[in-house]
Design a protein around this ligand. Structure first.
Ligand code: CP
Length: 314
């Protein structure tokens, strides 16, 4: 397991082979839970969530119970962070109490790296600013893999707020690494100008595998999966001249859009929470085309497997 080492901070340090093995092992624990029974139990896991969460935090909590680890939630709102305790001193305090693993979510990109440098515990990044959300990406890769059993020859369109989305950054990297083609769709204001060029410089083989589109038609016609992203109004800066009404007029996906393009067979994904009737219609979110509940369900097993790997290594 030396690809994960002691931390999971982003997708970039995981190899394609490692991810394939990881997804196969996750499938085993999902369908044969007894394969996890040999796990060395009674580890202490700390959730350190400086930002709100429902599905990530709760799925880690459920996954902890699946491996008989003890889940300790440090509720930031009622913690000494509210008395002004610094991030560094909070880390030192957790070090003194002693945890095997810390799961962190923070609004500052890079916070999990600072934590990893200053703790004896393993660290999992549960989302940092607009930078990375590796456990969401592994859950999304798992959901795609369970349906397609491959990544090569797949085309995935990622739609919406790319600029402020940590899911977008990790998912693009993960899917390119696995050999899929990526279409980025969305208003210019929400897509970094250098996005496509940037991924080409990470790896030359990505050059012809990622494109930007300013409308739906062509990419949706050829996509196997559509991943819509949440419009993250809380991260918009004052210069971002875009609101929900402007966005949904052009970019909301509903059953009519798919019917008109004769793509009612395409799978719909979204990391959640969804702004219904902005990114996706209510009807589409709750239709049989939607994999959104599957993404959440799979997140439990993916996060369980990540914790097993990190804790076994220690
Ligand atoms: N996708 C995701 O991270 O959801 P939560 O904010 O509810 O954890």
């Amino acid at each position: 397991m030396n690809h994960i080492k002691n931390h999971l901070l982003d997708i970039d340090h995981l190899s394609k082979d490692f991810i394939y093995d990881f997804l196969t092992e996750t499938k085993k624990i999902k369908y044969s839970p007894e394969t996890s029974k040999n796990f060395n139990h009674e580890k202490n896991i700390c959730a350190l969530f400086y930002e709100n969460s429902t599905r990530t935090k709760l799925s880690f909590q459920k996954a902890c119970s699946n491996i008989n680890a003890v889940f300790h939630n440090l509720d930031i709102q009622t913690s000494s962070v509210n008395k002004g305790e610094t991030f560094y001193n909070t880390i030192k305090t957790i070090n003194s109490i002693g945890m095997d693993l810390i799961i962190i979510r923070h609004s500052a990109s890079g916070a999990p790296y600072f934590l990893a440098k200053n703790t004896y515990s393993s660290v999992i990044n549960a989302g940092d600013g607009a930078h990375a959300h590796p456990t969401q990406t592994l859950s999304d890769l798992y959901t795609i893999f369970e349906i397609s059993n491959k990544f090569e020859d797949l085309e995935v369109s990622i739609i919406g707020d790319i600029l402020y989305s940590r899911v977008a950054r990790s998912n693009i990297l993960g899917l390119l690494k696995m050999g899929s083609r990526i279409n980025i769709l969305g208003p210019r204001e929400l897509v970094p100008e250098d996005m496509v060029d940037l991924y080409s410089t990470i790896d030359k083989s990505y050059k012809n595998k990622i494109s930007y589109y300013e409308d739906f038609e062509k990419p949706i016609l050829s996509s196997d999966f559509l991943i819509a992203l949440r419009i993250q109004k809380e991260r918009f800066d004052k210069n971002t001249d875009l609101n929900f009404n402007t966005y949904k007029t052009k970019w909301k996906i509903d059953l009519d859009v798919l019917r008109n393009l004769k793509r009612e067979d395409v799978f719909i994904m979204h990391p959640g929470p969804v702004n219904e009737e902005v990114e996706l219609s209510h009807e589409l979110v709750h239709s049989e085309k939607s994999l959104i509940s599957k993404q959440v369900e799979n997140g439990v097993f993916v996060r369980q497997k990540i914790m097993e790997k990190l804790l076994n290594e220690k």
